[in-house]
Design a binder for this molecule. Structure first.
Ligand SMILES: [Fe+2]
Ligand SMILES: [Fe+2]
Length: 292
């Protein structure tokens, strides 16, 4: 096994961040990049809480001790991610950007639309659980993609992006790279149907694009410092070319990889790089000290 694929035991790092010194536009003079990345704080608290909720239900179906350990480690990490992004929201509110109208919709999406539904025990209930396990595997393809991207997004440092926000994004991104195989291996273990993989990928991808562009537009329109804040695909394209956001081309190229029959997440990203970041991250090292 190469270093990029080595298995690491997963543990939650109980990080905490102080947002007092972080400006509203934490990528200086670039509200569009700031807010496009800020959409993470809108989607992840509810989304990752939902991962945890679904995975607790799937634990009884796991017949492999090592995978069970990985899933438990994954649950711990995602719960911490959800909380850390949630804690950015009061800071946005203090700066005059109240995200509640948007987060209320995201909460509805994950808790009601993708929630448990009243199903009798049996086939229908199992079908809906497997569908959600597959959706999580597809979403995790993108969290690993974004994690790998942000670990390598040196342009954000060159533009003077806020170090605390960068540490939040990279601590999270590194843990996404670290645990990137868990959701897919779980899906393959409990179901693995190729048709389900394709179907849920299409749902997850469309939902992510839809929610993301709406979130970016919401922030741009409600930013109290912008007079006529807008978000367009052109803005996105330009930032991608500058290395401030992922490029549309990279995102498109990631699609056939997930849909390939030979796909395995270990082929994406670099575990060694993720582990090295976590060993140096201010938030992660402070968390380790507190734990010790
Ligand atoms: Fe996460
Ligand atoms: Fe994850």
């Amino acid at each position: 096994m190469s270093n990029t694929q080595a298995r690491v035991p997963l543990k939650a790092r109980k990080v905490s961040f102080s947002w007092d010194g972080t400006p509203l536009h934490w990528v200086p003079e670039d509200p569009f990049t700031t807010h496009t990345i800020n959409v993470l704080h809108l989607l992840l608290p509810a989304g990752e809480r939902w991962f945890v909720h679904v995975y607790k239900q799937v634990l009884p179906y796991i017949r492999d001790e090592r995978l069970r350990e990985d899933v438990i480690g994954f649950i711990g990490q995602e719960a911490m991610h959800s909380q850390a992004h949630d804690e950015v929201l009061p800071h946005l509110r203090e700066q005059g950007l109240d995200p509640t109208p948007y987060t209320a919709q995201v909460d509805w999406f994950f808790e009601k639309l993708l929630g448990d539904r009243t199903l009798p025990p049996g086939r229908a209930r199992r079908w809906w659980l497997m569908e959600r396990v597959a959706l999580i595997a597809a979403i995790e393809h993108y969290t690993a993609f974004l994690g790998n991207w942000v670990l390598n997004a040196d342009e954000l440092d060159r533009r003077g992006a806020d170090p605390t926000m960068l540490d939040l994004l990279r601590w999270h991104g590194a843990e996404e790279v670290e645990h990137r195989s868990v959701a897919f291996e779980l899906f393959m273990h409990v179901d693995g149907s190729y048709r389900r993989r394709v179907r849920t990928w299409a749902t997850a991808f469309s939902a992510l694009v839809f929610l993301w562009q709406r979130g970016a537009r919401f922030f741009m329109e409600n930013d109290p410092t912008l007079i006529d804040g807008k978000a367009s695909f052109k803005d996105f394209h330009v930032r991608g070319r500058r290395g401030l956001l992922p490029t549309a081309g990279d995102m498109l190229r990631s699609i056939p990889r997930y849909l390939s029959r030979d796909y395995h997440p270990s082929q994406e990203g670099d575990t060694e790089q993720a582990v090295a970041y976590l060993a140096a991250s201010p938030a992660a090292t402070a968390a380790e000290k507190r734990a010790a």
